[in-house]
Design a protein around this ligand. Structure first.
Ligand SMILES: *Cc1c(COP(=O)(O)O)cnc(C)c1O
Length: 390
């Protein structure tokens, strides 16, 4: 029987019912503006304060260090563009070739239009960066290092603590795009001297359109959105209280799940899926540093097939996955992340990312294991490059 199996949680997640329940009263009951000095403003202001405490608690930060934004992309833009406006003379920025477009494209814009210079660190075949190369890249002009906490395509986790300590030692600011890492691996900003950190709600089971930026006390960054005095003058615009409440609730739940074994359950299902596919499908490779990945992500490369073709066939069966490739002007460009990892040519187009959540069930994983091998086999039978096993 056909099922619907959502294995694309790194793209977005379902809003969890408990998060939805927490936010609902703030649409029709407590709809006031938190800045208002009357009885309608009060519950909204209280909710805003509580949510800020919940987000801060997940990161072991101070509530005053958290500002709410509209999404992870805005948080990244705020950090990078705010940095360059605040420190125009310290205009060398170090990053990596595998960042999310919200970082990579912003950096390229700043390089082209705002006079910053850029060093993008390469990655090795497992998607890792070299700390030695990072250290060598630093110049007297280096003002910012921005490196993601974990990669959205491969799940590879970066050594954020070492990088933060190195940057702090050198007096360089360090921003990390932690959108994929928050809630999936522990983050302790008391122990890790990160200057700025971006997160997004919809990768944590809130609705799409809410994010946060952590700015360490003492780090002065120009605001990205200028206007009213909201968020202590750091981000203008009347606060989206229902979604902020959702983010607070989601962060509180994520904090519990980091302790209660939920993530071990997710990684056990991920491992079951991955091992079954590698075993049943010949010429298959796992992309990324296998021992050091997010618990929910697997990125597989199948030799002699096209990722887009796999997605379409799987979608017919009700299974949702993703590939990093973008269909550009009729040619299929493989993902910038897998390209940077220099995958063998015959593998590079045939990648499939499957990402789980706390709502993924064992039945769903079994359904995926039952169907994916025959999809790959049927596509290979159509490929001119594939020789059928005798
Ligand atoms: C999803 C994602 C973003 C963008 O977040 P939005 O809230 O969708 O703007 C940024 N960085 C990474 C690593 C992501 O996975």
């Amino acid at each position: 029987m056909k099922k619907l199996v959502y294995l694309d949680n790194n793209a977005t997640c379902m809003t969890s019912p408990s998060v939805r329940d927490a936010m609902m009263p703030y649409f029709n009951e407590f709809y006031g503006n938190p800045s208002s000095m009357h009885i309608f403003g009060e519950p909204a202001a209280k909710a805003l304060k509580k949510a800020r405490e919940q987000v801060a608690a997940l990161l072991n930060a101070k509530p005053s260090e958290i500002i709410f934004t509209s999404c992870g992309s805005e948080s990244n833009n705020h950090a990078l563009r705010g940095f360059l406006e605040s420190y125009p003379k310290k205009n060398h920025i170090i990053s990596t070739v595998v960042e999310h477009p919200a970082v990579l494209q912003t950096l390229k814009f700043l390089e082209k239009n705002k006079g910053c210079t850029l060093t993008l660190l390469p990655v090795d075949q497992n998607g890792n960066i070299s700390l030695e190369k990072l250290k060598e890249a630093v110049t007297t002009n280096t003002g910012l290092i921005t490196i993601m906490s974990a990669n959205n395509e491969t799940g590879v986790i970066y050594p954020i603590r070492e990088i933060a300590e190195f940057a702090a030692e050198k007096g360089i600011l360090f921003h990390t795009d932690a959108v994929q890492a928050v809630g999936k691996i522990p983050i302790d900003l008391q122990k890790t001297p990160v200057s700025m950190l971006s997160l997004s709600g919809h990768k944590l089971h809130t609705p799409k359109g809410i994010g946060a930026l952590y700015i360490r006390e003492g780090v002065k960054i120009h605001p990205f959105i200028i206007g009213g005095h909201q968020e202590s003058g750091r981000r203008a615009g009347t606060e989206n209280i229902p979604y902020i409440v959702a983010l607070g609730q989601a962060c509180q739940e994520a904090g519990q799940e980091l302790k209660d074994g939920s993530l071990q359950k997710i990684s056990a299902l991920r491992n079951k899926l991955e091992q079954a596919l590698v075993k049943q499908i010949s010429n298959t490779k796992i992309n990324g540093n296998v021992p050091n990945r997010l618990p929910n992500t697997t990125n597989l490369a199948f030799e002699f097939v096209e990722g887009e073709a796999i997605l379409l066939k799987l979608s017919e069966l009700g299974i949702a996955g993703s590939t990093g490739s973008a269909c550009a002007s009729g040619s299929l460009d493989p993902s910038h992340v897998l390209t940077a990892m220099k995958l063998p040519y015959s593998f590079i187009h045939g990648s499939l990312r499957l990402s789980l959540s706390k709502f993924t069930t064992e039945e769903e994983i079994d359904y995926a294991i039952e169907h994916i091998p025959s999809v790959i086999q049927s596509l290979r039978e159509m490929s001119p490059f594939y020789t059928l096993p005798k």
